[in-house]
Design a protein around this ligand. Structure first.
Ligand code: MRU
Length: 331
């Protein structure tokens, strides 16, 4: 399966997801500012993937600067944390790398090796968590079912097989034939550009739909389950995920379709009490007014473009994680 991020000597190599599906192109850098920029531009995206990239990015920074003091490491970490505000995996990964530096150097680490080790551990642990999510989620799905998914939650978005898509891949590997409807996911089309591409690469039966087709499909009884990922899950079970997830959850309840959220342990934020307290990223107006290169809205129009929304726990049927399956408020 495709690797979206990997260490390349003293640098990081990643798939530039903004170029997909037209071009599978890789970028490589030993400059941590470029890695931050790649996260901001969504060249690297998906909650687990941005955490992994930030962890490697901190090792890249220390290796290049040959400055091994904790103050520098913390400063680089806080620069990474500013790249995107919603996915907790980013903050979790940076804090892990800082903690490792503190533990290894008791104030002054002697080389960048421990940072690389921690980044590699975060990466391989994520792959393992994806594998377990797949195993746990596959138990809930029957052969021949049709699932609907939103955004991209696959290998591109994680260090392994993915979260919601990981469940789909695991079903396939167990001989369960599924049909998938992928929301295009306005405005940046992670569903159309990335999920449709990824699932096709893996020979999964996938059909692309406009976001606003989902309700009608559910009403016609053509969807057995909705499975999405998450960027952050609050202590009370509220879920921050790609804008449009909340609408899907409401539609799923209305039409009696089970609604599953698949996420690794690193996406659960025990510090934040409820979804209302999760910071929601707002994206630039051009992502809505310009359909990639073509202007589709009048000049000067006001735009509101939150990248994520909150789905209350009451609309979630099950949380599928590496540690097991938990019942949501809509059981
Ligand atoms: O803005 P993006 O593309 O980074 O948003 C990604 C999502 O919303 C995914 O659903 C989420 O990160 C889960 S990825 C396994």
């Amino acid at each position: 399966m495709i690797k979206s991020i990997e260490r390349a000597g003293a640098g990081l190599r990643w798939i530039d997801q903004t170029k997909l599906p037209g071009k599978l192109s890789y970028r490589e850098s030993t400059d941590y500012f470029e890695i931050i920029r790649a996260i901001k531009r969504l060249e690297i995206r998906g909650a687990p993937a941005i955490g992994i990239a930030a962890a490697y990015g901190m090792a890249v920074a220390v290796e290049k600067a040959r400055v091994f003091d904790l103050a520098f490491i913390k400063q680089v970490g806080s620069q990474f944390k500013k790249a995107r505000p919603t996915a907790i995996n980013l903050f979790w990964a940076v804090d892990r790398v800082v903690a490792r530096a503190e533990a290894d150097g008791s104030g002054a680490v002697s080389d960048s090796g421990c940072l690389w080790q921690e980044a590699e551990a975060i990466h391989s642990e994520d792959a393992e968590m994806c594998r377990k999510i797949g195993e746990n989620g596959a138990e809930l799905i029957e052969d021949g079912e049709t699932v609907l998914t939103h955004c991209n939650t696959g290998a591109l978005a994680t260090g392994g097989i993915g979260t919601a898509l990981g469940v789909i891949y695991t079903c396939r590997n167990r001989g369960k034939n599924l049909r998938v409807f992928a929301d295009e996911t306005r405005p940046l089309l992670q569903g159309a550009r990335l999920t449709a591409w990824e699932l096709k690469q893996e020979n999964i039966d996938v059909t692309l739909i406009c976001d606003n087709t989902a309700g009608s499909l559910m009403r016609q009884g053509r969807i057995d389950r909705v499975i999405v990922g998450a960027d952050r899950i609050a202590r009370n079970g509220d879920v921050a995920n790609k804008i449009g997830t909340y609408s899907l959850a409401v539609l799923a309840r209305e039409n009696n379709v089970p609604f599953y959220v698949a996420a690794p342990s690193s996406t659960f934020d025990r510090q934040v009490e409820s979804g209302d307290l999760i910071p929601i990223e707002e994206r630039p107006a051009e992502e809505v007014t310009d359909c990639f290169t073509t202007r589709t809205a009048p000049e000067g129009i006001a735009v509101y473009s939150p990248a994520f929304d909150i789905t209350p726990r009451d609309l979630v049927s099950r949380y599928i994680s590496d540690t097991g399956v938990e019942t949501g408020g809509r059981a």
